[in-house]
Every structure is written in C-alpha cells, then in structure tokens.
Design a protein around this ligand. Structure first.
Ligand code: FDA
Length: 503
C-alpha cells in the first residue's frame, strides 16, 4: 500500500534526468521528476534570480553558514567566502573526508552552476573508457544531437581576438604556445551572441558581470531553458521541487516505492511522502544516484543489488592551478566568466592533460592565469553506507590524487619553464599550495555502465530500474563531462523506450 502512483519517476533534474524525462514525455509516458533543490525562476529583493560570484548571499549555497568557493583565498587571505543564512541555495559542496565535491542543486542540476564548457571527448579515449558502447553511433548521432539540444556554440574568433574580456585567454594561449602546447576554442552553452551584446552595453550583463558558480541571470542555456522546457512542453512531465528522495523499496508486484522528504526553502521539514511507480530512473548524479542504491542494498530494501554498486568513482582527474604572469602580461581586470578556450595536451603519453583556460573575474588585475586540468588518474573511490548514521560516505584518500597532481605538475612546469613564470601558491587556502587537489567539479561513476548496470543503464538484479547520469561513467572521460553524460543518456533511453516500456 502506497500513496500516489505514477507510471515513471525520474529522480533529479540534471543532464541525464532531463534527457530521460524529455524522451519519456515524447513517448507519452506520464513522468514525475523529483528534485532536491528549487526552481530558479523568481527574482529576489534585488530583482535578480541568482546572486553574483563576488557578492554572494544565501542564494549561493545549499544549507551552510558560509560560502565554500573553490578558489578560497588571495594572498593567503580569506577574502573570498562570506557568512550566509542556511538556505536551499544553488551550489553545494559535499565534503567527504578527503574530497569536496561541488554539485548543483535545483531544477537543472549542474547546468545551473557549471562553466558551460561543452566538450566532446576524444574518440579513442571514449572507446577505451566505455568499450561496451558503439562509438560510431555515439559520434555519428548522439553527440551531435546532444550538442544541438544543449545549444552549444563557439566564440567568434574575430571578436575573441580583440575584446578586452578575453585578454586572459589570449595571454594563456601565448604561454601555452611558448611551451609547444595546442590551444583551441571549446564550445560552450552560454550564448556568445548575447555576450557580445553585453560587451556593447545593449543588454544586462551576466558573463561579463562575473556570474558563474552561483547561477547566471542571462545568456546561459541551462537545462531549464533546453531539455527541461521541452520535457514540460510534452504535457506529460511534471517536476516536484524541494523533494529529496531518501529511500527506495520494491513491492512484490514490481512497483517501486520511493520515500521523498520535502522541505521548504529555509529547510523546515514537511511531511514525508511515498510515491509508487512502475519505471524508476535515477538521474540524481554520481553522488545522488549511487547514494540511493548503496543505501537500498545495505539496508536490505533492494537486497539483490550487487557489489559493483558504489564502486568505480573518480573525480575525472580534476586539478586546479594558477600561474603568476609577468607584469608585461596583464590578464585584465575585465574577464568574461565563461571559458572559451582549452589547451589540449592529451597526446602527451607520459602525462595527458586537457586544461580549461578558466577565468578569474575578480574585478581587478590579478595577473593570474587559472586552469582546470583534467588528467588521467586510474585511482578509484568507493561509496560505503554507515549503519549508525544511515549516511553514505566516499572512501577516497588524498594520496589517490597523486597521479593527477603529478600530471598537472609536469604540464604546468613545462609552461612555467618556457615562460619564466611560477605558480601562485596563495589561492587554495591558508597554507602555500600550488594545486587545488582536494575538491572536484566532475564526480563520475559509482554505478558504472556494464558493471553495476547492463550496457544501457539497466540496474543489475532489478527489472525497470535504471541509472542514466554521470554515475554510469567510470571515473574519467578526459574532458569536461556533461556532453558525454547527455549523449549517453540519449542513447540509453532510446533503447529502453524501444525494448522495455509498454505503451
Ligand atoms: P547533476 O548533478 O547535474 O544533477 C543531479 C540532480 O539531482 C541535482 O539537481 C540534485 O540536486 C538532484 N538530486 C541529487 N540527489 C537527489 C535525491 N536524493 N533526490 C532528489 N534529487 C536529487 N561539466 C562540463 O561538462 N563543463 C563545465 O564547464 C563544467 N563546469 C562545472 C562547474 C561546476 C562549479 C560544477 C559543480 C560542475 C561543473 N561541471 C562541468 C560538471 C557538470 O555540471 C556535471 O558533470 C553534470 O551536471 C552531471 O550531470 P548529472 O546528470 O550526472 O547530474
């Protein structure tokens, strides 16, 4: 006996979830999406939906007393973070013992807070990481469809070459070129035509007003503007916000019963609900989907889940670093908050690195070149359930990031040597530190494709239970991951709709 029943439930509203809901809705399947965070469409007292990065308020952060920005200090001073009221804000940092994982909270998941970089992985690496997947079909059909649906576009080269807003990226290109490395444009889902109008003073500024990390008020094609808008447009999809799914069980007739714990935006708990469904899709991200299945296995509500559930997690080799440019090479007080270029050194056999040339829109001249390096780190973490607290933790030791740091060091050492420059040691906390290696933006894995699931995300041991998000990717993909998550979700849901779902 349960409360409400719907044919299909999708947990989460990030990339994998949004793709799944759209395709279910188009196929006529009534679908309920359950999302922990808020719908971000109402302006606050300042007339803006989101707060800016340089002036964060409670909208920035998911239930903390203080913001937790990744680049946390400047000249070792704790000048970046601010006290805030606990609130259902848009960015969360889930702090496991040795690794802080940034995730988006709200309708659109990571698309609300991320840098928008829409990178397609190198085919040879994709084939190595996901050998069960037909790469020809992915590169011929699913990647192009994902990029089109997401609204990926590139900066216009002529404008890039002359605008002050990308001086930082040109300076970084020069430094890379001197070290013999290749820089290129990387697509983004931020509308570059809108950005040019920002620069011309024709429209309200967003990327050019340091809006990233805590949401963008204009210009960004987050999922609520693309896949989720289309999903709602089918008339078959509904979204319940501020509903966190905590438990999953299965009844004898095959119905899945979820416990959802609603809260209000200040965190007051409302009465829990039970929701039944026939088809259950987990799209709560690497952390969220894995947590639900690990808890279900270890508390005995889905006892047939196997040992592969919870295994194979990785931070996509993420390492952040900043270089101090010489005075001759100012990076500009004005910087677009949206990355437009990357350095592709994945061919280096010893230490493959793909680095985003990241902005540091501080509003003053810092002389810093910032990077998010994606490296190839074979180390993996495991999610474990703690019976006493009913929490799911991540077993990941700091030393497991040593291969990623070594690759980043080899890459940036070469760049520094060629340019007569050094690292900035003052950006990642109170002690001198060149590499930001205790946090990540790209959590991947936990319910790996072909191990915890079949080759299409069907969870082993349970009919009509699916994972369709970043949890499927085994810890590494070699570039920023959301395009891969989106394209893989398109592929999987197409198959599931054709084979599993009675209509
Ligand atoms: P995603 O995390 O997007 O969505 C999961 C959703 O499920 C969230 O909305 C969450 O609140 C919800 N949820 C979780 N548990 C739940 C539960 N129990 N019940 C209900 N709802 C639940 N990638 C990239 O390709 N280019 C980039 O530039 C960047 N930049 C970047 C910057 C920052 C700051 C971050 C945090 C991340 C990025 N990323 C990125 C990473 C990218 O955003 C990420 O890989 C995807 O959002 C992951 O998509 P998923 O569909 O797996 O889950």
């Amino acid at each position: 006996g349960s409360g409400a029943f719907v044919p299909a439930v999708v947990v989460g509203t990030g990339y994998g979830a949004a793709v799944t809901a759209l395709r279910l809705g188009e196929a006529g399947v009534a679908t309920l999406m359950l999302e922990t965070g808020q719908l971000w469409n109402r302006p606050g007292p300042d007339g803006k939906v989101f707060c800016g990065m340089l002036d964060p308020d409670r909208r920035s952060t998911w239930f903390k007393n203080r913001t937790e920005a990744p680049v946390a200090s400047f000249l070792w001073l704790d000048v970046v973070n601010r006290p805030v009221q606990p609130y259902a804000g848009v960015l969360d940092r889930v702090n496991f013992g040795q690794m802080g994982v940034y995730v988006g909270r709200g309708v659109g998941g990571g698309s609300l807070v991320n840098g928008g970089i829409a990178a397609t992985p190198r085919r040879s690496y994709f084939e190595e990481v996901l050998p069960q997947v037909d790469a020809g079909e992915m590169y011929g059909r699913h990647f192009p469809r994902a990029l089109a649906m997401l609204g990926a576009n590139e900066v216009a080269a002529d404008w890039f070459e002359r605008t002050e807003w990308y001086r930082f990226a040109r300076v970084a290109r020069e430094a890379a070129t001197k070290a013999g490395m290749r820089t290129r444009f990387v697509p983004n889902i931020y509308d570059f035509a809108y950005m040019r109008r920002e620069a011309a003073g024709e429209v309200p500024k967003s990327a050019l007003a340091a809006e990233v990390l805590y949401g963008s008020n204009h210009g960004k094609r987050s999922l609520d503007k693309t896949y989720l808008a289309a999903a709602l447009g089918t008339g078959k999809v509904t979204i319940e916000t501020l509903h966190r799914v905590t438990k999953i069980r299965r009844e004898k007739d095959g119905t899945y019963v979820l416990t959802a714990e609603p809260i209000d935006a200040e965190g007051r708990r409302l009465a829990p609900k039970e929701i039944g469904c026939r088809y259950l899709f987990l799209g709560a991200g690497s952390l969220g989907s894995t947590e639900l299945l690990v808890r279900a296995r270890d508390t005995g509500t889905l006892p047939d889940l196997g040992a592969e559930v919870g295994a194979g997690w990785g931070p996509n080799g993420n390492v952040m670093a900043g270089r101090a440019n010489r005075l001759l090479h100012p990076t500009g007080a004005r910087q677009s908050a949206i990355a437009a270029t990357c350095i592709d050194d994945w061919d280096d056999p010893a230490a493959p690195v793909f680095a985003d040339v990241a902005p540091l829109p501080a509003g003053f001249e810092t002389g810093i070149s910032m990077y998010l390096a994606v490296t190839r780190n074979p180390e993996r973490g495991t999610f474990v359930h703690d019976r006493a607290t009913d929490r799911v933790g991540l077993r990941w030791e700091r030393e497991q990031n040593a291969p990623a740091v070594a690759a980043a060091k080899s890459f940036f050492d070469r760049m520094n040597k060629a340019n007569g420059t050094d690292y900035r040691y003052d950006l990642f906390g109170p002690r001198p530190k060149a590499f930001g290696d205790d946090f990540c933006y790209h959590p991947l894995g936990g319910c790996v494709l072909g191990r915890a699931t079949d080759a299409y995300g069907r969870v082993a041991g349970y009919r009509h239970l699916y994972v369709n998000d970043g949890a499927l990717i085994p810890g590494s993909i070699g570039v920023n991951p959301f395009v891969t998550i989106t394209a893989l979700a398109e592929r999987n849901v197409e198959r599931v709709l054709a084979e599993d779902i009675a209509r």
